[in-house]
Design a protein. Structure first.
Length: 233
C-alpha cells in the first residue's frame, strides 16, 4: 500500500497526480488532512469561499470533498478525509499570513496529525508514504511536513518520498531550480497525464482560481512531476 498525504483537497492531484495514476489501481490511498466543514465561516475563511464564486450559504468543504472523490476515482486511487479545519479556520487572516510561517497558537495541529499518522501506520502498514516537500511555505503544508518528520524514526521500515507542491513550485521556480536539479523527475506517460488532467479538472472550484483556465493548468502541471531525492528529514 502507498499512502499519499495531501494537505488540501487537490494538492496530491496537482502535484503528483500523474505518478498516482501510473501505480496499480487501488494500491494508492490519498489521505487529505484538512477537510472539515465549518458552519457560517467568517472573515478570511469566508473570503476563500466567496472568491471562488460560491454563495456564503453553501457548504464549501462538502463541495470540495465531492470534487476530490471524483478526482480520486479518475486517478484509480482510494481516498480518506481527516476532519481537521483548514488554516483560515485556525486564525490565519490573509493570503500573506498563510505563507508567512506557523502561528504559535497553531502548534497543536501537528500533534493531531502525528496521532492520526501513527494510527494509520500501525493499522494499514503502508510500505511507502508520499508527502509534501513544503514548497511555497503554506502553513497547512508545513504542518504535514513537520508531522511526518516527527514520526519517521518510529517507522524506519517505511519508505518516504516527498513531492514538490504544485502550483507553488512552478510559481517560484527560481527559488527551487537548484533543488530540482537533484530531484527525482517523473514524466507521466500519455495515459497517466490524461488521467491527471481529468482529475485536476474535477476540482471545479479551484482550477479557475488557481490557473485561470484548463489550458494554463495543463501547461503548468503537465510536463514533469518532481520528488525530493533523498527525502528531506
Amino acid at each position: 500500500m502507498i499512502l499519499v498525504l495531501s494537505p488540501h483537497l487537490d494538492d496530491a492531484a496537482f502535484s503528483c497526480g500523474g505518478w498516482i495514476a501510473s501505480q496499480r489501481a487501488g494500491s494508492v490511498t490519498v489521505v487529505t488532512c484538512f477537510t472539515r466543514s465549518v458552519a457560517e465561516p467568517e472573515g478570511f475563511a469566508l473570503a476563500c469561499q466567496l472568491d471562488k464564486g460560491l454563495s456564503p450559504a453553501v457548504d464549501y468543504m462538502a463541495i470540495r470533498r465531492q470534487e476530490d472523490a471524483e478526482a480520486m476515482d479518475l486517478l484509480g486511487a482510494k481516498h480518506e478525509w481527516w476532519d481537521l479545519p483548514e488554516a483560515p479556520h485556525r486564525g490565519y487572516e490573509s493570503a500573506a499570513d498563510l505563507f508567512a510561517g506557523i502561528h504559535e497558537t497553531d502548534l497543536g495541529v501537528k500533534d493531531d496529525l502525528i496521532a492520526r499518522l501513527i494510527e494509520v501506520l500501525q493499522t494499514a502498514k503502508p510500505e511507502t508514504i508520499v508527502y509534501p516537500y513544503g514548497a511555497g511555505n503554506h502553513a497547512d503544508h508545513v504542518q504535514v511536513v513537520l508531522a511526518v518528520a516527527a514520526i519517521r524514526d518510529q517507522f524506519p521500515a517505511t519508505q518516504y518520498l516527498q513531492y514538490y507542491d504544485q502550483p507553488y513550485t512552478r510559481r517560484h521556480l527560481g527559488q527551487y531550480a537548484s533543488k530540482l536539479k537533484d530531484a527525482y523527475c517523473f514524466y507521466p506517460g500519455w495515459a497517466s497525464i490524461t488521467a491527471k488532467f481529468a482529475a485536476c479538472r474535477a476540482y471545479r472550484t479551484q482550477v479557475g482560481f488557481q490557473f485561470g483556465d484548463d489550458k494554463t493548468m495543463e501547461e503548468l502541471l503537465g510536463d514533469t512531476e518532481y520528488f525530493a531525492k533523498p527525502p528531506v528529514s
